[in-house]
Write a protein that binds this ligand. Structure first.
Ligand code: NDP
Ligand code: OXD
Length: 312
């Protein structure tokens, strides 16, 4: 029997990887942009951000395996074949990388490391105490799923009081759980650092806006590692410039790559990184695709299926 064909759309960061990295005995790997193929021969698609309308051109597609944890790029495509099963990449190493990124930036801001960097540049010996003890510095995490949960537990050993907000209530030891719209204001009022790890859905698009910032304590820091579509960038800059917010760390942007003319690049209170907080490991990605294909071919349930109605 002919093997199923899996079409891989590789992220630019994976361009140096050979086809071997994605091949397996159980399927024929086809690399978009490198291999010739007939659209009608493709059984499964695996990738991160296909161009809108692209998946519709594969008439015999049976399932889609996202190589990212977030699937918003698939679901914003009005022509995405919504009847197909769509899975997402869930992986402990990815969650740990995201937790490392957030923990590192919370600690840099909490300890005032940017001031020490500036002092070193001018050979200044400038000692000072911490502005605030960890036990008095409250961290709030928007989204307490696979990644948000990992971020929360990574921050606990430093003595920060940690809470999270999600749609449904969570039971993570030592992490205070707020759930639903009705508990959001109380959650925000208790977040000196606000970390966004929500999926981008119609319900969460633009959630980081002027109204939300006004509900944070004065001097709060916002960290967005989720999606650029969560953040109204002009509202953030206004809240930083007015002094209401003390700083922001952004890994994701409305437009990626972040355009050179964006004021974000040079804003003194913003740290910006190029969507690298958590990077899908190609070997783990291949294992995930192998597992998905095996299950799909034997009629077993697929892992980490997206509820297309909810958007995550
Ligand atoms: P999950 O699906 O595991 O978790 C999502 C969390 O958000 C859940 O706790 C969910 O609540 C909550 N949530 C969703 N919608 C709402 C809502 N309307 N109101 C309140 N809570 C809501 O996702 P992951 O943790 O795996 O990933 C989160 C996001 O991180 C991804 O979608 C992606 O955008 C981003 N990401 C960014 C990376 C980067 O490099 N910058 C790398 C990897 C991921 P409930 O549990 O109650 O359903
Ligand atoms: C993801 C990402 O969603 O890398 O996995 O942003």
């Amino acid at each position: 029997m002919a093997k199923p064909k899996v079409l891989f759309l590789l992220s630019p960061g994976w361009n140096a990887l050979g086809k071997d990295s994605f091949s397996h005995d159980s399927y024929e790997a086809v690399i978009h942009g490198r291999d010739d193929y007939a659209p009608g021969d493709i059984t499964y698609f695996s990738g991160f951000r296909p161009a809108p309308g692209f998946l519709k051109t594969l008439p015999n597609l049976q399932a889609v395996f996202s190589l990212g944890a977030g699937v918003d790029a698939f679901l914003v495509d009005p022509e995405f074949p919504r009847h197909l099963p769509l899975t997402r990449f869930v992986n402990p190493t990815l969650a740990h990388e995201m937790a490392q990124y957030v923990t590192m930036h919370v600690l840099i801001a909490h300890r005032g490391q940017r001031e020490f960097d500036a002092a070193q540049a001018s050979c200044e010996w400038k000692q000072r105490m911490l502005a605030r003890a960890s036990r008095d510095t409250r961290i709030g995490i928007l989204g307490l799923g696979d990644i948000g949960g990992s971020v929360a537990t990574s921050l606990l050993p430093f003595d920060f009081p940690v809470s999270g907000w999600s749609r449904t209530r969570k039971d993570i030891p030592d992490v205070k759980s707020y759930a639903g719209e009705g508990e959001m204001d109380a959650f925000l009022a208790a977040s000196d650092y606000l970390v966004c790890v929500l999926p981008l859905t119609p319900a969460t698009r633009g959630i980081l806006n002027a109204r939300l910032f006004a509900k944070l304590p004065k001097g709060a820091v916002v960290i967005n590692v989720a999606r650029g579509g969560h953040l109204i960038e002009d509202d953030l800059i206004a809240a930083l410039d007015s002094g209401h917010l003390a700083g922001a760390v952004l890994d994701v942007f409305q437009v990626e790559p972040l355009p050179v003319e964006s004021p974000i690049w040079k804003h003194p209170k913003i740290t910006a990184t190029p969507h690298i907080a958590g990077i899908t490991d190609p070997m783990a990605a291949r294992d995930y695709v192998v597992d998905c294909v095996a299950r799909a071919e034997s009629g077993k349930p697929l892992p980490n299926l997206i509820d297309v109605g909810k958007g995550y």
